[in-house]
Design a protein around this ligand. Structure first.
Ligand SMILES: Nc1ncnc2c1ncn2[C@@H]1O[C@H](COP(=O)(O)OP(=O)(O)OP(=O)(O)O)[C@@H](O)[C@H]1O
Ligand SMILES: [Mg+2]
Length: 283
């Protein structure tokens, strides 16, 4: 669990400017009255919040608060018993992960979901799968004497992946099996896999967990760069309050499946209910 007494303390802060709030647009993702139960466990109770285009929206809360479950509802892994989720004004009750991905929502995982034996390049390439149009029939018609559409497409995808590798500064490890990389770099590869989907909304589940200060600073920088350079909207679960206070535009606070706070980092930091939850005095 986070050191919850340090709400407002800034740790692991890289030298960076604050998020460019001026570029924040319309609501892109609207979570309305979501409830999710696992048997008797109420993982989420009537949660509503919105995410605006181009913002960095943090979701925080103690362990078991329902943060990962919330992301799982947004990206179609869990089907909530109640509530709806709207993406660019289109409302959904049930969607599967593929439909969500096709709409432009990508995510990284709290427990890495990479192929450890595969290279960095090939792992990131798996993020392109949705965009690979050539089907098996096209591939069967590969032209042995020249470059056919399937090969041309593959070259374009590889070039895109190489750009992501450059952006994330992992060129030296392109061919390295992911399982041989330090944890911090594996997290970066997972981000690369998500970026390969060219998402409009990027859901990050504790991208800095288990990292040392330097690795956290790097990851913060990449998240900010993705946000500012590509305009990608980011929903970020993070335990490090310093990071949250530093890089997010707005913060949702969950505790025992309930929303107990929502606002700017400053507003949330001074919310008595949030302080109580984090100090663990009573519930
Ligand atoms: N697949 C599942 N089956 C049963 N219970 C689950 C499942 N997923 C989550 N839960 C329960 O739902 C609650 C919320 O869990 P969740 O993983 O969303 O919390 P979290 O805020 O992400 O916690 P952490 O900070 O530890 O990652 C917990 O009580 C958890 O045990
Ligand atoms: Mg979690």
């Amino acid at each position: 669990m986070t050191d919850m007494s340090d709400l407002g303390e800034v740790t692991a802060r890289p030298a960076m400017s604050s998020p460019a709030t001026s570029k924040i647009g319309e609501v892109i993702l609207d979570v309305h009255s979501i409830s999710l139960n696992f048997g008797g466990v109420k993982a989420l109770s009537d949660i509503s919040f919105d995410v605006r285009e181009h913002e960095i929206r943090a979701i925080i809360g103690p362990n078991g608060a329902g943060k990962s479950s919330m992301l799982n509802c947004i990206n179609g892994v869990y089907q909530p018993q109640q509530g709806t989720i709207s993406f660019r004004g289109k409302t959904f009750k049930h969607m599967n992960s593929r439909e969500v991905a096709e709409m432009g929502v990508a995510r990284t995982f709290q427990n890495l979901a990479l192929f450890k034996g595969m290279s960095v390049l090939d792992n990131i390439m798996t993020g392109r799968n949705l965009r690979i149009k050539s089907n098996l029939l096209w591939q069967a018609f590969r032209n042995p004497f020249g470059i056919g559409p399937a090969q041309r497409e593959e070259i374009a995808h590889r070039e895109f992946v190489e750009q992501i590798i450059d952006f994330l500064e992992i060129q030296p490890y392109r061919k390295t099996p992911v399982g041989q990389l330090p944890y911090g770099l594996q997290k970066r590869v997972d981000l690369g896999r998500a970026l390969a989907m060219e998402p409009q909304v990027l859901l990050l589940d504790e991208p800095m967990a288990g990292m040392n200060v330097e690795e956290k600073q790097d990851m913060c920088r990449f998240v900010l760069d993705v946000n500012s350079e590509f305009g990608t909207t980011v929903v970020l679960i993070e335990h490090d309050m310093g990071v949250v206070m530093d890089i997010s535009d707005r913060v949702v606070v969950l505790d025992y499946g309930k929303k107990i706070g929502d606002g700017t980092p400053q507003e949330v930091r001074s919310n008595p209910e949030v302080i109580k939850a984090y100090l663990g005095t009573s519930h």
